[in-house]
Design a protein around this ligand. Structure first.
Ligand code: GTP
Ligand code: MG
Length: 902
């Protein structure tokens, strides 16, 4: 959905704009008369007293009782100069206002409280802090500059906001302005890159770095990358000129945390290496004035640093630094310098710290390298690949260093730098007050913001992730396995919060319960979804996974900067509308359509059961096994690409499946196209589902009868937790005539034989890890049997000992959990040990090595198809049908190995 956002304003006699930066802010104004002369050099920008600067630090000081005291240089000066003689305990001092973290949390509202910069953090409402600053600008403007316009009505105000500000944050700014006496109809907000582009589009001053053409005449169809290097962040946005005074954002802003403050951070690191951590800390904590003096001197040099000069950079080093250093080390700085790594690049003479240009340039490396990396990533995107012009503006450090690096890295890119890059945003904002410009951009309701919360830039990225990327998988699968009639189905019902069946019905194949239970990660609680919607669950899991996918990555990377715990602070609860029936997978259906080599294979395969595979054996064997068992013999296709191979497989499956089955498959898969799935995902994003902290748990209830054992092997994967159940009221070695002989086992069937068989099967078909995964949790049932002769505790001990004897020499002992043994009445939902089991399952799930693992998003279609089936009611799926389902996914087809792992 594309929506046009047109902003037209009534012309005013005067426009005043405020550029509200995290680190530095300023304001400027232009009369209508001057605007009509098309002379933007007439924009008036006040010079901040004695500083030769058009901007002031975004620092504000409040007296006790939150009464405004001063702003900018005045605020910093008053605070630091009086630090030793005024008690600031009751004051509020905000030095710089970086609100990014609040916006990421979706927490910037009129009630947001922020902490000031003092050591013990005083708290104020953010809106009051912002309102005080806006009011200060407004009063200063009205009294000092244009008293004749003091009739506020003639002035239209424009305030800039960072590109990453969401709608909530913009509403917040409007409230702050209103509090400062600027009413809604007098105010327009503009995002920084839009303002910068506007400035450059009309500014005759704008020239390229090679002294060439201006972009004042922007051709329709031309596209520009706008790089706005600020104090806290560097934002990169891409626009296309779509008509006269019409711009379209074609790539949403990448917000990178590599602004000018990272250069300062590098300088502090340098000081720490040079003078030692204790000295720097002591200066910061006990001598803030001298600390601030040094930093201010550095900031000044940073702003005017010229990469091409060969000389040294001189910074004033207040004497207190030397004194503290000498007190801490019993050495003079000058002497210590001789043995430091900076021996030849740094000189200290009295209160002069001199740093070689080359070393000073290195302070910019971190910021520049990261910006180059982000640009590099951007240029890989199809929409950007052909763009040849980059417009660089900046509000913090001298852009020449960055521009120089970009030009070297991208020689084909024309880098355009306006004359005063520091003022482009502010001037553009002033012009915007007059210009009836139209910005066209993608508007997806809140989708835009939520996508950013997922670390994505736009919907195209979402599609990219969906097609090629990986998601962090938190899917939690519990396999209930064991001999027949031990209570697996009863326990499954209890685990998903359904009534226990009163009549016995042996499970035919495998029953999968999806979207019925989950775990609340915050409370580590097992939750039921009485009206489950498995489709929603699949999507939720995917979105949640995406929102946490980069959790561990560098937080400085603006493309992936939203940790899970920051974006998921919500009380939203899961809403489900449809009821979900379990899916049933049955081998019986298959037997009608598949050739007869199953038994042969089954026997040969289960012969393996008596010995454990080599450590590290994986699901690959299973894939081969599936291949054989399902007659997918398309040898000719072997050398073709994977997709062709799978297409061939699809045809093969069609041959072995009967027509009605194919029709049925078509029916259920026809509306699960990538587009449809994409649409569902977009819907789920819009509904904020990814914010849920509930991980779905699906329960796979395996039929215990021998006929299904072949099927089971196909569905066992290391992706789950195994609950191995047996009837605890029966002796482990007692002959059980009711149990079938197991293939490959020639002794009489006993519980012990079955337990061994399951342990071996699981460990054969799952990839094993050193820390004992897959875990197999033993659960004994029937603790309530009336004829029970033992006390429960004695019986538990006895079973534990027997299990110990049975498995003590087994190679997979570290996978088995039977001490303490969970002993339950599988028909009693209130059994406390079933609650223990739930807890154990949740615990193991989070410890599982595959918890949070990167899974290809290619899984999603298949999971959705299963989920869709589940939502439609009970169906029976054979393995062939699963293959057909998968084969219909065309572009997202899974390889056999992937399918096996699924
Ligand atoms: N008294 C008692 N009866 C149980 C217990 N667990 C299961 N049952 C009964 O045993 C019978 C079989 O239970 P199911 O849950 O169907 O067993 P299952 O393991 O799913 O069996 P298959 O599907 O054939 O593999 C049912 O009649 C249950 O009521 C238990 O702990 N105590
Ligand atoms: Mg059952």
């Amino acid at each position: 959905m594309m929506e046009r956002k047109s902003i037209t304003k009534k012309l005013k006699l005067m426009v005043a704009a405020i550029e509200f930066g995290a680190i530095r802010s300023g304001y400027g104004c232009l009369t209508k008369e001057d605007y009509e002369k098309k002379d933007i050099s007439k924009i008036k920008l006040p010079i901040w007293e004695g500083k030769l600067s058009f901007k002031a630090p975004t620092s504000v000081l409040f007296r006790p009782n939150k009464i405004f005291h001063s702003f900018g240089f005045d605020a910093e000066k008053h605070y630091y100069e009086n630090y030793y003689n005024v008690d600031f305990k009751e004051w509020y001092f905000f030095q710089h206002l970086n609100m990014k973290s609040y916006i990421d949390k979706g927490a910037l509202t009129k009630n947001t409280i922020i902490e000031d910069s003092m050591k013990d953090g005083h708290r104020m409402k953010a809106v009051d802090v912002f309102a005080a600053i806006i009011k200060y600008f407004k009063d200063r403007f009205l009294t000092n500059i244009y008293t004749e316009y003091s009739f506020n009505n003639y002035v239209h105000w424009v305030i800039t906001v960072p590109a990453f500000w969401d709608l909530k944050a913009k509403a917040f700014m409007k409230v702050a302005a209103e509090k400062a006496g600027i009413s809604g109809d007098q105010l327009t907000l503009i995002s920084e890159p839009e303002a910068a582009l506007l400035c450059c589009s009309v500014s005759v001053e704008t020239t390229t770095t090679d002294g060439g053409k201006a972009i004042a005449e922007m051709q329709i169809g031309s596209q520009y990358i706008i790089l706005n290097s600020g104090g806290a962040t560097t934002d990169i946005t891409v626009y296309e000129v779509t008509g006269p005074k019409m711009l379209k954002e074609i790539h949403q802003t990448c917000v990178c945390h590599f602004g000018g403050n990272t250069v300062t951070t590098e300088f502090v690191k340098f000081l720490t290496t040079l003078l030692g951590g204790p000295t720097v800390k002591e200066m910061h904590d006990k001598h803030p004035f001298e600390y601030f003096e040094l930093m201010s001197s550095f900031e000044h040099k940073k702003t005017f640093f010229d990469v091409h000069k060969d000389s040294m950079v001189t910074i004033r080093l207040p004497f207190a630094w030397k004194e503290v250093f000498e007190a801490n080390t019993d050495e003079t700085i000058e002497k210590a310098l001789l043995s430091s790594p900076y021996n030849r690049t740094v000189y200290i003479n009295r209160d002069r710290l001199r740093i070689s240009n080359e070393l000073f340039r290195k302070f910019f490396d971190y910021s520049i390298n990261n910006v180059l990396r982000v640009l590099d990533e951007l240029f890989r995107k199809p929409a950007i690949i052909n763009i040849t012009a980059l417009l660089a503006v900046g509000t913090d450090f001298e852009l020449s260093v960055l521009i120089n690096a970009i030009e070297q890295k991208c020689p084909n890119l024309t880098v355009i730098g306006p004359k005063d890059p520091d003022l482009a945003v502010l001037k553009g904002a002033v012009l915007y007050g007059f210009e009836p410009y139209t910005f066209t951009k993608m508007v997806w309701g809140n989708l835009e913001d939520t996508l950013r919360g997922l670390g994505l830039d736009n919907v195209i990225d979402l599609q990219d992730v969906f097609n090629e990327n990986y998601q962090k998988s938190f899917w939690n699968r519990v396999y209930l396995v064991g001999p027949c009639s031990v209570g697996k189905s009863c326990l499954a019902k209890i685990l998903v919060g359904e009534p226990v069946p009163t009549t016995r019905k042996s499970t035919d194949g495998i029953w999968i319960y999806m979207g019925k239970a989950g775990m609340n990660l915050d409370k580590m609680e097992w939750v039921f979804f009485p009206k489950g919607n498995a489709i929603t669950e699949v999507l939720t899991n995917m979105l949640m996974s995406m929102s946490t996918y980069e959790e561990g990555c560098n937080v400085d990377d603006g493309l992936c900067d939203v940790p899970l715990d920051e974006i998921t602070q919500t009380n939203e609860t899961v809403k489900f509308e449809e009821s979900t029936e379990p899916i049933q997978i049955s081998r019986k259906v298959k037997s009608a359509t598949v050739d007869d080599d199953v038994d042969t294979d089954e026997t040969s395969h289960t012969m393996k059961d008596q010995q454990l595979p080599e450590e590290g054996s994986s699901d690959i064997d299973l894939a081969d096994h599936i291949h054989k068992n399902n007659s997918l013999k398309n040898q000719k296709q072997k050398d073709t690409s994977q997709i062709e191979k799978n297409k061939a497989k699809k045809q093969n499956v069609k041959v072995v499946s009967d027509n009605s089955e194919c029709e049925w498959m078509n029916e259920i898969t026809s509306n699960m196209s990538p587009d449809k799935i994409h649409e569902l995902i977009v819907k789920a994003v819009q509904e904020g589902k990814y914010k849920q902290r509930i991980v779905p748990i699906d329960i796979w209830d395996f039929g215990g009868q021998k006929d299904y054992y072949m099927t089971h092997q196909l569905f066992i994967t290391s992706r789950g937790i195994f609950v191995l159940m047996f009837n605890g009221s029966i002796g482990l070695h007692q002959h059980m005539p009711g149990l079938n002989f197991l293939p490959g086992n020639f002794g009489k069937p006993t519980v012990a034989v079955y337990l061994l068989h399951w342990v071996n099967s699981i460990l054969t078909y799952c990839k094993r890890t050193d820390d004992g995964f897959p875990k197999i949790i033993f659960v004994a049932t029937h603790k309530d049997e009336r004829w029970f002769q033992w006390t429960q505790e004695a019986r538990r001990k006895q079973l534990e000992n027997e299990l110990q004897l049975l498995f003590e020499t087994h190679g997979g002992l570290n996978h088995l959990e039977f001490k303490p043994l969970i002993f339950v009445d599988a028909t009693n939902p209130d059994d406390a040990e079933i609650a223990d089991l739930r807890e154990r399952i949740m615990q193991r799930a989070t410890e599982h090595p595959r918890w949070g693992e990167a899974m290809p998003t290619r899984w999603i279609p298949l999971e959705l198809q299963l989920a869709q089936k589940s939502a439609e009611g009970t169906h029976i799926i054979s393995y062939d049908q699963l293959l057909v389902l998968n084969a219909t996914n065309e572009s997202m087809i899974l390889s056999e190995r992937q399918l096996a792992a699924f």
